[in-house]
Design a protein around this ligand. Structure first.
Ligand code: PRX
Length: 655
């Protein structure tokens, strides 16, 4: 870690206003510290009290944390509950007519759904799933565009105890196939297509292709929601329209009461090997994390209009679209389209139109909107905003300052939230009525989250050099296992050197106030536009191409995306020497990766070499490649390279 130095030295500090502090769910540092102290004093009791206060239990639990089979932790295990009941039924007595979802379509059309309607529609769809024989524990893939129906599909699975696995609509049929087979899913819920940026795009063909790749025999049902009205290939053996499935179904459905440890969902994410891992989350602990972070970090109030721009295909869309806001009884915005259509003022117009109070998005979106129209927010009335959030990647201080001053008009605190697919909810983030904030740091751990920084030996370090970010104690919302691969879970997240702590996979350091600064991944995982991509995954995709002999993928800093994908490729045939051939081949390989994984994984740059730089033992020298990708001077010892001339080749960018 010694090479990691803080390049940031941020001195700007912003205190929450007195008005914000007064109304906050957690006020002042004293309020925050008191909760941290309570957690330190009686850890299991702290969480048990919160779980009792926050969740409606069908059967109360008697045990809080069970560490007997560490690191396979259990929380509230003998309690029974249903997440959908906690998100919907709970509000029927108190606020049935409150709007749960304000759906804005790509074309601007707005549909509002009340809690009463949402409950009825979830029940109908749940009954529909049951009519197809889908039951507790079955895995159901959701491959849908952003829509009310996507939320309904997830909630309906939760209602009947089926385990959903949402696959982002931007993933290819191959990626979808990998997830269907790994999860051994029995059903796929999809749509004919989706609208984005004024264009209709088909989605169903990817499902047909995936199922055609074999190994999906368990899939007996494909539910198709009609969104675009485009033509679809119909397989009458297992296809059924959404509207046909729900026709005649009753609008009430008794929730399936499940144990707190029953898996609520699996969500695939990239790791350091070629195979994505199915992160398995629990029911009770996950719900608790989603709700507490809504209350603490988003300072949720019943009068809020909450908008998280993430797609339900990612963990952010699970915790802060499909579950957290509904469990709190919030009114939230769900958006089908893209931030740049019809122009780069779309987000700001929507904040104005829907009087959004809490806005949560990714730094990559902020950076691209600054570039496309840094003055645009000024054309809209953003006075409804009271809190801003950032997620998914480090936010650079310049983007932070713009977000703070131009969007938030220096009035709204920014919560820079650090967390992961595996953690289920925010881990390190400001409680906005308590902590002074600084651009670029996610500040301090949530109460009860024992996050710290350690060296290679697992010993805590407090200096500015930093080390590995770990969480010392198990917490309710954490990953339970990797679906079908408990060994990978154990080895990957709880390596022996870490002395039982959860290894997050990020490096970080602390400043003089103890604030955490995230520096980036320590493994071969890239963060491209806030999307997590494994370099090995992209490499496997490249070498699956018949033209490719070998490939190495690294990241390099990118102004908008945070990180860009650079692929070094050795072809089976001769290295292209003329620019036109190289360009054609690079384009072909980019599209290939788009088909293998999805457009988000397409390399930004492809460089061809006759070989790759390797150590004597045959390991690719990735550090060297990262330097080459960045265009840095090579200061490392390259005397062991078989063929130093290849470095010159690899410096050549295909344009
Ligand atoms: O590297 C960290 C980065 O995103 C990773 C987790 O990615 P994923 O599981 O896809 O979840 C993203 C949404 C929670 C982390 O290991 N990351 C996430 N949030 C931040 C961040 N890096 C810096 N600052 C953040 N606020």
């Amino acid at each position: 870690m010694s090479n990691i130095q803080s390049i940031l030295h941020e001195t700007r500090v912003f205190n929450p206003s007195d008005d914000f502090v007064k109304q906050a769910n957690v006020s002042g540092m004293a309020g925050y510290r008191a909760m941290c102290d309570a957690a330190a004093k009686d850890y299991a009791g702290f969480w048990a009290n919160l779980a009792r206060e926050t969740i409606l239990w069908h059967k109360p639990f008697t045990r809080s944390l069970d560490e007997s089979k560490a690191p396979f932790y259990k929380w509230f295990e003998d309690g029974e509950l249903n997440v959908s009941y906690n998100c919907l039924d709970k509000h029927l007595g108190t606020q049935p007519e409150k709007t749960a979802i304000i759906f804005e379509a790509d074309d601007g059309k707005v549909t509002k759904v009340s809690y009463r309607e949402l409950h009825a529609r979830v029940c109908q769809f749940a009954n529909g799933l049951k009519s197809r024989g889908i039951k507790k524990g079955d895995r159901v893939i959701v491959y849908m565009p952003m829509s009310v129906e996507a939320v309904i599909a997830m909630q309906a699975c939760a209602r009947i105890g089926a385990i959903h696995s949402v696959v982002f609509g931007g993933f290819s049929s191959k990626s979808l196939h990998e997830r269907i087979t790994d999860a051994q899913a029995v059903a796929v819920i999809t749509s004919d297509g989706q609208f984005r940026g004024g264009k209709a795009m088909a989605l169903k063909p990817a499902v047909d292709e995936a199922l055609g790749l074999g190994g999906c025999d368990a899939v007996h049902t494909v539910v198709v929601y009609r969104r675009t009205g485009g033509e679809v290939q119909w397989n009458s053996k297992n296809n059924i329209w959404w509207h046909d499935l729900v026709a005649g179904q009753g609008s009430s459905c008794e929730p399936e009461w499940v144990g707190a440890e029953h898996p609520l969902f699996i969500l695939y994410t990239s790791g350091s090997t070629g195979k994505p891992k199915g992160v398995q989350h629990s029911t009770g602990g996950y719900l608790l994390g989603a709700m507490l972070s809504m209350k603490w970090v988003f300072d949720y109030k019943a009068s809020d209009i909450f908008w998280c721009t993430a797609d339900v295909g990612w963990i952010t869309g699970h915790s802060y679209v499909a579950y957290g806001p509904l469990a709190m009884g919030a009114t939230q915005v769900v958006f089908e389209g893209v931030p740049t259509y019809p122009d780069a003022g779309r987000f700001w117009k929507m904040i104005q139109d829907h009087k959004v109070t809490t806005f949560y998005t990714a730094p990559t979106a902020i950076r691209s909107l600054i570039k496309l129209g840094g003055d645009l927010p000024k054309q809209y009335d953003l006075s409804s905003l009271r809190l801003l959030g950032s997620v998914g990647e480090p936010i650079n201080p310049e983007a932070w300052m713009w977000y703070y001053t131009v969007v938030g008009q220096s009035r709204c605190p920014i919560v820079d939230t650090w967390w992961q697919t595996e953690t289920g909810c925010h881990m390190i983030a400001p409680l906005p009525g308590a902590m002074p904030i600084k651009p670029g740091t996610c500040t301090l751990p949530l109460p009860g989250i024992m996050a710290t920084i350690v060296n290679e030996a697992g010993d805590e370090v407090f200096d500015q050099h930093g080390g590995f970010l770990v969480i010392k104690k198990p917490f309710p919302s954490q990953i339970r296992t990797i679906w079908g691969d408990p060994e990978r879970y154990k080895k990957g997240y709880f390596p022996e050197e870490m002395k039982g702590a959860y290894l997050a996979g990020d490096s970080a350091h602390r400043d003089e106030d103890g604030y955490f600064w995230i520096m980036g991944r320590i493994d071969d995982v890239l963060n491209v536009s806030g999307h997590r991509l494994g370099t090995m995954e992209i490499e496997s995709a490249l070498v699956a191409n018949p033209l490719v002999a070998e490939a190495a993928v690294v990241g390099k800093p990118h102004e908008i995306k945070g990180e860009a994908v650079v692929a070094f490729v050795v072809l089976k045939g001769a290295r292209p020497t003329d620019a036109a051939t190289a360009k054609k081949l690079a384009e072909e390989l980019r599209n290939w990766v788009g088909k293998e994984i999805g457009p988000i994984a397409k390399p930004d740059e492809i460089r061809f070499g006759e070989n790759l730089p390797k150590t004597r033992s045959g390991k690719i020298m990735r550090r060297l490649l990262r330097a080459v990708a960045k265009g840095e001077e090579i200061t490392q010892d390259v005397s062991t390279l078989e063929n130093p001339a290849i470095l010159e080749q690899l410096k050549e960018v295909v344009r």
